[in-house]
Design a protein around this ligand. Structure first.
Ligand code: ADP
Length: 338
């Protein structure tokens, strides 16, 4: 989240690794995707081939990277992790691809940020496992073609709409959307994480944290860890509902999981732009948030809980957002609801 400092982001990543499910049974929810993946994996095993290229999309922290790790584990292969912005030059991609061992999984996070030139080098690599490299410039330029080991590309993105059609069409194994989790599933994830970390937590406290976790496992794990700290200092280490409530209040996480930065965005729409519509660029300028943070972190959840609407003319705060923030809906909007 934008309100996280770089140290907190690193803590989140470390927590991700510690709590990452190592078995399918520990990967809660997303049943539809799991069913599809089991078939794909089994079919590939019977053909003795690597599984086909896959694309996962959906908001951050929902389990895309974890799926890539689980697939690697099940197929007994290695996963090489990289990301769109980390592959700056064609040479970077060439070096990654030529260093793969047969059957490896290459995971590219934030694939929507891959540069177009690199994308074009990726097409033949995905389709026919060949890498075309141009040597030299001008009339003396030559193309050399390298054969690559069989591999599976698993790409992840929070912004599917930014992916070009040619790239999307090359994920022959399928494109899967990860959905937000139900509170029950998040509560289950908290139960498992608490067990892994050796934290005592009461059932009511789990529900309390789950309700404020934005339907997102990574957020649930982060809140759990901070409630643990609070319970150790203020209680006897076991997280009770009362301790969880106090801890979450201290963290400025409200009963719906909204943080001050979410509220700043909603308040800007309501107070400065009369409820909207307002374009995301204007909104970013007036809240000092980055456009990408608004679109990737805040909007998906605010849309999901019905606090925001996206229209062709911009973002609109809904009557529910007004009510939650204790603001009065302008007369004009009240009339339009009649
Ligand atoms: P993404 O790649 O979508 O940003 P990650 O795969 O890194 O998300 O997931 C973040 C963390 O959330 C993981 O380390 C894991 O602990 C937890 N997590 C995600 N999905 C699940 C799930 N379905 N069941 C249990 N824990 C999960």
């Amino acid at each position: 989240m934008s309100s996280l400092t770089p140290t907190q982001k690193t803590e989140d990543r470390t927590l991700d690794t510690t709590l990452r499910p190592q078995r399918w049974d520990d990967y809660i929810g997303q049943e539809h995707i799991k069913d599809n993946l089991h078939i794909l994996i089994e079919a590939a095993r019977r053909r003795n081939e690597p599984i086909e290229h896959l694309l996962f999309y959906g908001p951050a922290g929902l389990g895309k990277t974890t799926l890539a790790h689980l697939i690697a584990k099940e197929t007994n292969t290695n996963v090489r992790l990289t990301s769109g912005p980390a592959i700056e030059r064609v040479g970077d991609l060439a070096s990654i691809l030529t260093n793969l061992t047969p059957g490896d999984i290459l995971f590219i996070d934030e694939v929507h940020r891959l540069n177009k030139l690199i994308e074009e080098v990726l097409y033949p690599a995905m389709e026919s496992r060949s890498l075309d490299i141009v040597i030299g410039k001008g009339p003396s330029a030559r193309i050399i073609q390298l054969e690559l080991p069989p591999f599976t590309l698993i790409a992840a993105t929070t912004r599917i709409a930014l992916l070009s059609a040619p790239l999307r069409s090359r994920f022959s194994g399928g494109t899967f959307r990860l959905d937000f989790y139900s509170n029950d599933h998040i509560s289950e994830i908290i139960r498992r994480s608490a067990a892994v970390l050796g934290i005592g937590i009461e059932d009511d406290a789990r529900s309390e944290i789950a309700r404020r976790s934005r339907f997102t496992p990574r957020v649930a794990n982060r809140l759990l860890k901070r409630c643990r700290d609070y319970a150790q200092v203020k209680g006897d280490g076991v997280i009770t509902a009362a301790l969880a409530q106090d801890a979450l209040q201290l963290m400025d996480v409200d009963p719906l999981g909204l943080e001050p930065s979410d509220k700043r965005i909603l308040e800007a729409i309501i107070d400065k732009f009369n409820g909207g519509p307002v374009g995301v660029q204007t909104l970013a300028a007036s809240t000092a948030e980055e456009i990408e943070t608004i679109e990737d972190v805040h909007e998906p959840y605010l849309l999901q809980i019905g606090f925001l609407e996206r229209t062709p003319r911009g973002r609109i705060a809904t009557p529910r957002a007004y009510e939650h923030l204790g603001k009065e809906l302008p007369q004009q909007r009240q009339d339009s609801l009649l």
